[in-house]
Write a protein that binds this ligand. Structure first.
Ligand code: ADP
Ligand code: TZD
Length: 581
């Protein structure tokens, strides 16, 4: 209970008319910081907060499960550089949202999870309150920062603190705990107004040190086979023009990480995506721009990276502790990507030598060879469809709409889409990211549709889709222009695995109901369902669905034997060696 507020007596009706409360102050604080949308799921104690947000002109997008509201908030944060807001009830709702908060933090996306919480006094004595949980302590492990606001007069500063923590430096997920009691606390209107904080320069530029820039340029100038690696930090930074200028002025071949596809159009002459393994192994200097040397880049060492210790890294990142995380970095450049890349550009001057024709020629040769090989595979028309023939159809349709947001998850569905479907604009590819998480599909689709106002196509493995499938109702309720394409191969990875038990009491561990008609699910909510068994049917359905701009789902039937266990990550599966006696 707030002693400070209890002591302020409410004496007359006139006075109480001049009072505001925690509910209003939270909304005022968000609005003062240009936050206009909340993704959430209502219940005690935050239902009235959602109602009030709506009444006060904010958009409240209500979900069927908090994880997906959280994912929508996270991707909204990634796309806009403003923290996406997810609002949940206490304990179970909070925990459901926490998965998304942890995923956002892992991916460096700014979001704020705001959860209502129960009575502190009862929680702390573990006396069994309704939805009792020490949420603040739990959240700390998974968030970049976690705060609780106990007094109405602190709401302004608390929200400001959460916003700054989410977007400054390396972005991440922030937890904000709002006890039920806080929301009904009252405060004098004038005092309330004064307590609201508009955050000034929430993500300040961080200019790199000149000696760090010089060191990086010296390393780069000594390179014979340089390579630029663009990560989703580069996409997030919205320094699109500077990055393009740096790539083109330097003439250095580049590789985009999955979510950095489209930062430069995938058909750019300097893209080395079609010979990724070759350039990773052969490059002698690699410039990392907003990409971590984590598992997705084989930790910067091993076979992927060619001869041991033959490589030097330049790394641009806003987080100094990212440097030397896995291997030694020869030239760290710490700062925001826009400032760092601009500084490199300025330092390069006019006399920068472009990479040798020997290096770029070797890349071009391999690229052409691999592209021709892929084209032959894509041309085939097996029946039933496989990933390649289905994705050829999708690729050709999406090429006509580079503004479309592409959401993508699954194993094979993820890997093949990433390599076959080109992106032409920044921040349009939204996928399983750093964790390789399943379940972001419908949440990201909703978030992307809401903040961009543009269509979304979600390409989903049938297993991946299942994690968030109920949000089809949300998509239909808000009539969002989301087309979900399900690569239906009857199971996780594949649908044709056997049950190894000779008596076969159950279906195999990876298998689902055969021939499921996911298209019928969306029809239950008034959306349009399509069933496609050939590339031509798939192409027609997708074209029609995008043109309609309405909720649609295409059940694309894929050969249940196509693809591989764990997709491209088969090698990460631990091996069974023991045989039972
Ligand atoms: P990818 O998965 O695409 O390789 P990561 O998520 O691993 O990308 O890496 C993103 C990196 O970008 C993180 O280390 C993060 O600190 C950094 N980053 C994010 N935003 C910025 C920014 N505005 N300026 C500089 N670095 C940034
Ligand atoms: N649970 C969570 C939250 N994330 C995960 N990554 C997994 C489980 C394990 N997993 C993968 O890594 S991919 C995948 C699972 C369950 C689904 C693969 O099947 P799919 O795609 O149908 O989605 P494909 O195209 O059939 O491979």
């Amino acid at each position: 209970m707030s002693a400070r507020l209890e002591e302020a007596p409410v004496t007359s009706a006139e006075d109480s008319a001049k009072m505001t409360d925690g509910f209003h102050l939270v909304i005022d604080a968000l609005k003062a910081n240009d936050i206009d949308t909340i993704f959430g799921l209502v219940g005690i104690p935050i239902t009235d907060l959602a109602r009030l947000a709506q009444a006060e002109g904010m958009r409240f997008i209500g979900f069927r499960h908090e994880q997906h509201a959280g994912n929508a908030a996270a991707i909204a944060g990634y796309m806009t550089q403003k923290p996406g807001i997810c609002l949940t009830v206490s304990a179970p709702g909070f925990l459901n949202g926490l998965i998304a908060l942890a995923n956002a933090t892992t991916n460096c996306f700014p979001m704020i999870l705001i959860s209502g919480s129960s009575e502190r006094e009862i929680i702390d004595l573990q006396q069994g309150d309704y939805e009792e949980m020490d949420q603040l302590s739990v959240a700390k492990t998974f968030a970049k920062a976690a705060y609780r606001i106990n007094h109405a007069e602190d709401i302004g500063i608390g929200v400001a603190r959460a916003i700054r923590a989410a977007v400054s430096g390396r972005p991440g997920g922030v937890y904000l705990d709002l006890p039920a009691k806080l929301l009904s606390q009252t405060l004098d209107v004038a005092q309330g107004k004064q307590s609201i904080v508009r955050v000034v320069d929430a993500a300040p530029r961080q200019i790199p040190a000149p000696d760090a820039v010089k060191r990086a340029l010296d390393v780069l100038k000594g390179a014979k086979r340089p390579l630029i690696l663009l990560g989703k930090g580069a996409a997030y930074s919205q320094a699109d023009a500077e990055i393009r200028a740096f790539v083109e002025k330097s003439g250095i071949p580049y590789l985009p990480m999955s979510m950095a596809k489209g930062l430069l159009p995938d058909n750019h002459a300097q893209s080395a995506s079609a010979c990724r393994s070759f350039v990773l192994a052969e490059a002698d200097v690699v410039v990392l721009i907003g990409a971590r040397l984590n598992w997705l880049l084989s930790h910067g060492k091993g076979k992927t990276w060619g001869a041991p210790a033959a490589k030097q890294f330049v790394q641009i990142d806003i987080a100094p502790t990212e440097i030397d995380s896995n291997v030694a970095i020869a030239a760290p450049v710490i700062g925001d990507i826009g400032s760092c890349v601009s500084a490199l550009l300025a330092g390069m001057g006019a006399g920068f030598n472009k990479p040798s024709a020997e290096w770029t020629g070797a890349i071009a040769e391999r690229k052409d060879k691999n592209v021709a090989k892929m084209a032959a595979t894509l041309e085939k028309n097996p029946s039933p469809m496989n990933y390649h023939s289905a994705l050829r159809a999708i690729r050709d349709v999406l090429k006509t709409r580079p503004d479309i947001n592409l959401v993508n998850e699954g194993a094979n569905a993820l890997d093949f889409t990433r390599s076959i479907v080109d992106m032409y604009q920044p921040r349009k590819r939204l996928d399983s990211g750093t964790w390789g998480i399943m379940g972001i599909g419908m949440g990201y689709s909703i978030g992307a549709a809401v903040v961009s106002g543009l269509p979304v196509v979600a390409i989903e493995g049938d297993s991946a889709f299942g994690f968030s499938g109920m949000e089809l109702e949300t998509i239909c309720r808000y009539q969002l222009p989301v087309t979900t394409v399900i690569f239906n191969n009857n199971g996780v990875y594949k649908g044709c695995d056997p049950n190894l038990n000779p008596n076969k009491p159950d279906i195999a561990v990876t298998a689902f109901v055969k021939g499921a008609r996911y298209d019928k699910m969306i029809e239950a909510f008034g959306g349009v369902g399509y069933h496609a068994t050939t590339p031509a049917e798939l192409s027609k359905a997708l074209t029609e669905a995008i043109a309609a701009g309405k909720p649609a789902l295409i059940n694309a039937v894929i050969d249940e034997d196509a693809g591989a266990e764990s997709g491209r990550l088969t090698n990460l599966n631990p091996k069974r060696t023991a045989t039972k006696t």
